[in-house]
Design a protein. Sequence first.
Length: 406
Amino acid sequence: MTLVDTPVESVQRLQEFLRIRTIQPEPDHATCLKYLESEAKALGLPFKTFYCVEGKPIALMTWEGTQPDLPSILLNSHTDVVPVYEDFWDHPPFSAARVYDAERDDHRIYARGSQDMKAVGQSYLEAIRVLQAQGKRLTRTLHLLFVPDEEIGGGEGMKLFVQTPEFKALNLGLALDEGIANPGEHYKLFYGERAPWWVKVTAEGNTGHGSQFIENTASEKLLRVINRLMDMREEERKRLLHNPDTLNIGDVTSLNLTFLKMGVQYNVVPREAMAGFDIRVTPHVNLVAFKKELESIIHEAGAQVEYVQYFGDNTLTPIDASNKWWVVFSKHCQNVGVQLETEIFRGATDSRYIREMGIPAFGISPMNHTPTLLHDHNEFVYEKIYLKGIDFYVGLIETLANDTTA
Ligand SMILES: [Zn+2]
């Protein structure tokens, strides 16, 4: 009997990965690359780095299959993590502290990025380690991509990388990317995302002394827009509220007023006013028609629109018999007793750039019975769930890579 409780090596490697401070807005890419390169070396995989923008490395490892001409499989993850409010953490967010949870008879590994999404990235590596130890050779080629900036929109990473000849040369058939931890028994499986639009609305109008009824003011124009959009918000909110069995948040369009700026002095009617909206457009609507409707509301009110962020594609990855990858994927999950809950992602991930290129992508993080803590204080993963997740990928990757029907 030993009193020293050392975790297994796959957990130790996860801790090492979690301790690297890849925190936005200045992630430690250099240390992260060194770590990934050492992992590639340990697995005997060629390691390449690409830069679409200086200082934003995209790392690629490749495990060539026996039939490298077949469309390959991408295992995608981002290495960056969101900032922390360190005072609210029970354990330092980059300590990867391993804490025993007696109630669950399991350990928690605390770290920013543990759920989102380093445990997933490390699980891909561990699954390949296991397959290699079993002496396996897979039919299709696997590519592991580690991207640097998903948490700030992917604009200097995946968004640009999908446009390069190097991306095209990967000859992808299917991509796996992140999902979300789930407190229930299911693994959540995301097959589409809402389009994130950050909309800046500005209005100009007559100004003058605040004691009069001045016509055509900037604030009146802006209020017309705000009222119409808040009505739209309320309709969507009610639609979601009244259909809990059939709709998830990804099935409706959410809309929030996130900026409001005007005014110079109490007795001066302001000449300019500005409102900012965070709109997440469900893929169930026609984006072109929705944009037209939005702009007509704004223009009718006498205001102007500017898109601070805009995404004009809402391609879904089919989850029916028309998508052979889905057939293989879902059948495998059934065979190993994994229950899936399919959903449209409420936020946005790098998968949207992959789907935009016409490549099917499934977002999944094999973390069930785990509170959803991405971007929250005290983010952690359960050790046993992480280890089960590795087993899940071992079987899934082997099945997907050896299937030649898709
Ligand atoms: Zn993420």
